[in-house]
Design a protein around this ligand. Structure first.
Ligand code: ZN
Length: 83
């Protein structure tokens, strides 16, 4: 999978999310997971699939090791709040 080239790597809103040091989401981009969750929340999707394999790999920086699961969930809530 390609390394993420989007510029969401330093979003402060993801600062409080837990890290994923050893889990399946370790090298996955939490920013992409957040955007995916946000979209799902906005559409009020009821069948959620984080689909880790389809996320870009994270670059080094603060986003690395952030849990994509938590990022997706945060995005989902924020998406609902914005819908
Ligand atoms: Zn990304």
């Amino acid at each position: 999978m390609k390394i993420c080239t989007k510029n969401h790597h330093h979003w402060s809103l993801l600062d409080s999310l837990p890290h994923d040091k050893n889990g399946a989401g370790k090298y996955k981009c939490a920013g992409c997971a957040y955007e995916k969750g946000f979209k799902a929340g906005k559409n009020k999707e009821e069948s959620l699939n984080i689909d880790l394999d389809k996320l870009h790999e994270s670059q080094s920086g603060t986003m690395q090791y952030k849990s994509p699961h938590a990022a997706f969930a945060q995005g989902y809530v924020d998406g609902i709040n914005n819908s």
